[in-house]
Each structure stands twice: as C-alpha cells, then as structure tokens.
Design a protein around this ligand. Structure first.
Ligand SMILES: Nc1ncnc2c1ncn2[C@@H]1O[C@H](COP(=O)(O)OP(=O)(O)OP(=O)(O)O)[C@@H](O)[C@H]1O
Length: 228
C-alpha cells in the first residue's frame, strides 16, 4: 500500500513540482497517472521509488515511511519496488539474461536460484529465446520486456512505470500493456504515468490526474480526459 499525506516537493532551484498531494493506493490496484507535461507526474513517481524525497509531508510504501528512511534500509525497501522507464535503461554490455540476473545478484541471491528465476521471468515476458542477446540486438518492445522482467524478478509488491510505452508503436504498446495487466492479475500493484490516451480509455483503470503539482481528478475506471 502507498500512502501520501500532504506531500510537497520543491527542487533545489526553487521549482515546486508537487503541492499538497494526498492519496492512498491499495494493494493490487492498477493506477494511471495522467496530466500535462511538467505537471509533476515523474516527480510523483520518483517519490514512490525513493529517487527523490519530499520537502514536506509523509509518504509510506508498505508501511515504511520512505521519506525518512535510514540509508542502510533503502536497499531493503527498493527491492520491493520494480521500476520501468520510457527508455528501458538496460545495461548495454550485458545480455538480456545478465541484465535480469544482475537485479538478483545485487541483493545477494544464491546463484542456483538466480538462473532458475531469471529463466522463469524471461519466459513470462516471452523472451526466453533471446536470453543471450545484447540490448542493441533487441527491438524497442523486446528491450522493454526485458526491463519488465528485470523489474519483477525480485517479486516486488509495487511496479512503478514512467511512460513505459512512450517510445513504442501502438501494437507493441498493447503487448506491453497486456503484460503489465497480467503482472497486476498475479498480485502486483502498478502505478503507471502515461500520455497514451487510447490505452487509458480502452484498458479502464483508476485514473489520477495531476496538474500544476496537485491531484485534480481521481476516478475509478476513469478516462484520459485530455485532447492529446
Ligand atoms: N531535478 C529537477 N530540478 C528542478 N526542477 C525539476 C527537476 N525535475 C523536475 N523539475 C520540474 O518540476 C516540474 C514537474 O516535473 P515532472 O518531471 O515531475 O513533470 P511530468 O508531469 O513528469 O512531465 P512530463 O510529462 O513532461 O514527463 C517541472 O516544472 C520540471 O521542470
């Protein structure tokens, strides 16, 4: 569960990106975060995966007050949150297999478990046969599938996806969405920032709209609500 209580975020240069955000996202929800460019969506996402800390207010993920987390506890909380980006962010010199396995190595998973679990998630994303390929040898959609495999390999309770289909054509985007929906069905909370009107209006979920750093709309089975 994710809870934000009166969250404010002002960056070092004085830009206020979020102002007074309150919300609760329950276990196993699928939430779209929409809004104009510069509204504060990425900042909102970064607070959840603790890339940024709030200037004011409280945010908790699975009961941990992550704005006030002791440094040594950060890895422990982060492993419970998978992150997916628009630009995939795979390590270019590692194969698909190694990119996914790496996420397990950093938390010191025993070697025999790493191989088994890595192949399991590669199969889930439909890319077992590409285990030995480097990112440059994969299409954008395949790279995003590998990034999803990496995000879920440690069984996180939450996936944060910041415009995961932003660089993909419509058909490939639907493949990614079906995969995220499947992961959600299996019990993972998904928070996804998107500008994709068609996806939001077709695959109906909770929609949170952010404008000028504030939540202006929060609807179950909502609509995208903007023209582009
Ligand atoms: N590191 C930073 N330092 C200063 N200002 C920042 C920083 N990151 C974001 N901002 C500013 O905070 C505001 C919100 O940015 P944010 O990236 O959260 O918006 P967004 O809704 O994700 O936009 P987009 O849809 O274009 O990705 C913007 O005014 C942006 O310029």
């Amino acid at each position: 569960m994710i809870e934000m209580h009166d969250i404010w975020k002002t960056y070092a240069d004085g830009t206020t990106a979020l102002q007074g955000v309150n919300l609760v996202i329950d276990r196993n929800e699928f939430v779209y975060v929409v809004g104009p460019s510069g509204a504060g969506k990425s900042t909102f996402m970064k607070l959840i995966y603790r890339e940024e800390v709030p200037t004011k207010g409280q945010i908790s993920v699975n009961g941990f007050n992550i704005g006030k987390l002791k440094h040594r506890k950060i890895p422990f909380v982060r492993r419970n949150i998978g992150v997916i980006f628009q630009d995939y962010r795979l390590l270019p010199k590692l194969t698909a297999f190694e990119n996914v396995a790496f996420a397990m190595e950093v938390i010191e998973t025993p070697r025999r478990l790493i191989r088994k679990r890595t192949m399991e998630v590669l199969e889930l994303v439909g890319l077992k046969h590409k285990a030995g390929s480097l990112p440059a040898q994969l299409s954008g959609g395949e790279q995003q599938r590998i990034a999803i495999a990496r995000a879920i390999v440690n069984n996180p309770s939450v996936i944060v996806a910041d415009e995961p289909t932003g660089n993909l054509d419509p058909e490939t985007s639907w493949g990614i969405m079906n995969l995220l929906e499947e992961i959600n069905f299996r019990g993972t909370t998904i928070v996804m920032a998107t500008h994709n009107k068609e996806i939001v209006n077709t695959m109906r979920k909770r929609v949170i709209a952010i404008e000028n750093g504030s939540i202006v709309r929060d609807q179950q089975r909502g609509e995208y609500g903007y023209e582009i």
